[in-house]
Design a protein around this ligand. Structure first.
Ligand code: SF4
Ligand code: FES
Length: 367
């Protein structure tokens, strides 16, 4: 059994309700109902247990966390537990008054997603007319309130040519950090992969652009990147290792080692309604399933990089190789790597961009 370190981050998925319909949404295809969502008191207990366990930061996420009518109480509970609080939001419904109220409740940081720099394209990707203008207004309100801002830009075939403008717009909005995240193919993104996948040539240009932007913005804007791993040589160290650094709690209270873990059959996810967060983190079979390196097969088992990338992503191994214990096919040492490249290059040639949108959403965030 691997030594168990304390987690640093908690992703609190407060609801799956959301006004947007982004085609790369990482939420599961079967969204959880409002009726099953954890109540305020349970979230408050979970935040207290998280802080006691060693968590430093919580991401209030969704869906759209502003859809929760008790978002101020939830934010205050996380703050009172001593956690650094980050709101991950579409920004629909986030006006200056709401920013002020959230700040008063103890919110430390806001992360707003931008879908593109061209408003018409951004609104199509978001599935919401006028979304882009509202996001820009909300980002300005956050900065005018003196709060820290991160812009999240998910990159895919419809916007990859404007990666530089995305970073420029983040800087012009006063963000301290921009997250340039190439779409990761889970959940709705896997379903929409043929419409989202860029070509290798586009990715090569994007990576060179990113390197240049990092130099020119050095000291002014932190540029984090999630690489497009279908074209990579080595996989991403997904979640910093399974059950190693952070955990997710779903709207109904299931604790997950990663956002796509429920796609892996045979794992039993304990619920925060029945177990403390410490009990889940230390003893839950799902959290121990891929902890450390004992579970690995070859070539990971004897690879020098096994403590660097942890064999890549279990959910991607399952999705592509059909085995969550397999080497992530994004790794060039995987026997399935060539197949993954063929899939990527085939998808990138799909002429028409047509998104299968999410099945259910709510248009009006709670007041
Ligand atoms: Fe990482 Fe496994 Fe590939 Fe080695 S073989 S680089 S541990 S994914
Ligand atoms: Fe589940 Fe990577 S998304 S391990």
């Amino acid at each position: 059994m691997a030594a168990i370190r304390a987690p640093l981050g908690l992703l609190a998925e407060l609801t799956h309700r959301c006004p947007l319909a982004c085609p790369y949404c990482s939420n599961p295809l079967a969204l959880e109902d409002r009726a099953g969502e954890l109540d305020t008191a349970t979230w408050a207990r979970v935040f207290g247990e998280a802080a006691e366990l060693g968590v430093l930061q919580t991401h209030l996420s969704g869906g759209e966390p502003l859809s929760r009518r008790d978002i101020l109480d939830i934010t205050a509970a996380a703050h009172d537990a001593g956690l650094y609080t980050n709101l991950i939001t579409s920004a629909i419904g986030l006006d200056a008054a709401r920013v002020a109220a959230l700040r008063g409740a103890g919110l430390d940081h806001v992360q707003i997603s931008l879908q593109d720099t061209l408003p018409a394209s951004a609104d199509i990707i978001a599935g919401y007319d006028g979304a882009h203008a509202r996001k820009i207004a909300a980002a300005n309100a956050v900065r005018e309130a003196g709060m820290a801002l991160t812009i999240n830009a998910v990159i895919h075939r419809a916007n990859i040519e404007r990666l530089e403008q995305m970073v420029d717009i983040a800087a012009s909005l006063g963000a301290g950090r921009v997250e340039v995240a190439h779409a990761q193919y889970y959940g709705w993104a896997l379903r929409n992969r043929a419409a989202l996948m860029p070509t290798r040539a586009q990715v090569d240009v994007a990576m060179a652009t990113l390197a240049r932007l990092r130099e020119s913005y050095d000291g002014r804007l932190v540029i984090d990147a999630v690489v497009p791993d279908y074209y990579a040589r080595y996989p991403k160290p997904c979640m910093g290792g399974w059950a190693a650094r952070s955990l997710n709690v779903t709207p109904s209270g299931r604790a997950l080692p990663c956002h796509a873990a429920e796609t892996i059959p045979g794992l039993d996810f304990w619920n925060v309604r029945d177990h403390s967060l410490r009990d889940i983190w230390v003893n839950s079979p799902a959290f121990n399933a891929f902890r450390g390196t004992d579970w690995m097969q070859e070539p990971c088992r004897s690879c020098d990089r096994r403590e660097t990338d942890f064999g890549g992503c279990r959910c991607q191994a399952l999705a592509i190789a059909g085995d969550a214990r397999a080497t992530d096919p994004a790794c060039s040492l995987s026997p399935l790597h060539e197949r993954l490249l063929e899939i990527a290059e085939g998808d990138a040639q799909t002429a028409e961009i047509r998104y299968a949108y999410r099945g259910r959403r709510e248009s009006i965030p709670a007041e």
